[in-house]
Design a protein around this ligand. Structure first.
Ligand code: CUA
Length: 335
């Protein structure tokens, strides 16, 4: 990934080791670039105004330093006129600057929300506290459902339909676009294009309960060929278990409570409350960015989800040590 000065400066602030850089100051597509320019425009104008105000203040203090006995209010007509002109000019400049910034903001927003002709359509639904990601292919057989990870081809516009299953969330991938709320009962749309391949981290940007801070997502921008490979792998049903341990793991996942909430395509597990697990091991993280996907973290999560992410909707399913080993072996093979 390209490393800009912003990344170099900001990485000690907490993102040094994370997968997927997250910064609105490092735009990776046209929509993010419009917003980035707007940030600098506002910062630049505000900085210049602040400097002018400070200079005027310093100048006024300097000029009055030896005249503390004179009245502050001008006493003759000429000085009064001069003061009035200065005040009017300042008011005029303020109105002009605010109008200019409003116009710039309006134009940037318009450019950011321009719809394109044939975007890749994805529906993202926010849950407490994870993201369901569905690819809306016109052909029903080519629709994919996954979680917390959005694969997109570089250079192709992506149109994301945003919905909420429970409370208000907000979709924010700072390198790619602005924020957009997910509101129950009202679908929003967000469109963006990614210019360079990479992994871009995003997160929920609207307080949505206890685990709001643990509601991350990853956007994997890849070449058209890599995207197609990923798409075809995701379209396939879940991998069949290739060992006795994994076979018994599948039996537990489909036979115990797991299947009531999770879908594993190709098995009887068809629940829709929790994330689709058909290809769970192909994703970089589980639990919306909380743990990297390894057999160990899958076992830890299944063993005690409430300690890892208190308040989430996954109950603890009582399993013996052998059952837990089998389940983690099975899940970690669902590539
Ligand atoms: Cu979802 Cu904050």
């Amino acid at each position: 990934m390209r490393l800009r000065w912003t990344s170099a400066v900001l990485s000690p602030l907490g993102c040094a080791g994370c997968v997927g850089w997250q910064s609105a100051m490092d735009p990776q597509g046209p929509q993010a670039e419009h917003l980035h320019r707007l940030i600098w425009l506002f910062t630049g104008v505000a900085a210049v105004i602040w400097l002018l105000v400070m200079l005027s203040l310093a100048l006024a203090i300097w000029r009055r330093r030896d005249r503390s006995d004179e009245p502050v209010v001008p006493t003759n007509a000429a000085r009064e006129r001069r003061s009035a002109v200065v005040v009017f000019m300042a008011v005029g400049a303020t109105v002009g600057v605010i109008a200019g910034l409003t116009l710039a903001s309006y134009l940037a927003t318009r450019q950011v929300s321009e719809a394109s002709a044939e975007p890749l359509k994805i529906r993202v639904q926010g849950y407490q506290w994870w993201w369901q990601v569905s690819y809306l292919d016109p052909a029903a057989a080519r629709q994919i459902t996954t979680a917390n990870e959005i694969h997109i081809p570089v250079g192709r516009p992506v149109n994301i339909e945003l919905a909420a299953a429970d409370v208000i969330h907000s979709f924010w991938v700072p390198n790619l676009a602005g924020k957009m709320d997910l509101i129950p009962g009202r679908d929003n749309r967000l469109e963006f294009t990614v210019a360079r391949p990479g992994q871009y981290r995003g997160q929920c940007a609207e307080f949505c309960g206890l685990q709001h801070a643990h509601m991350a997502l990853l956007v994997m921008a890849e070449s058209e060929a890599d995207f197609e490979t990923w798409q075809n792998a995701q379209l396939a049903p879940s991998a069949a278990p290739d060992s006795d341990e994994r076979r018994s793991g599948r039996q537990i996942v489909t036979g115990k409570a797991c299947g009531a909430c999770h879908t594993v395509r190709g098995t009887e597990a068809a629940g829709t409350i929790g994330p689709d697990l058909t290809h769970v091991a192909s994703r970089a993280y589980i639990a919306a960015g909380v743990l990297p996907t390894t057999r160990g973290s899958l076992a830890a999560w299944v063993a005690d989800p409430q300690t890892i992410k208190p308040g989430n909707n996954m109950p603890m399913v009582p399993l013996t040590a052998d059952e837990l080993r089998a389940v983690s072996a099975y899940l970690s093979a669902l590539k």
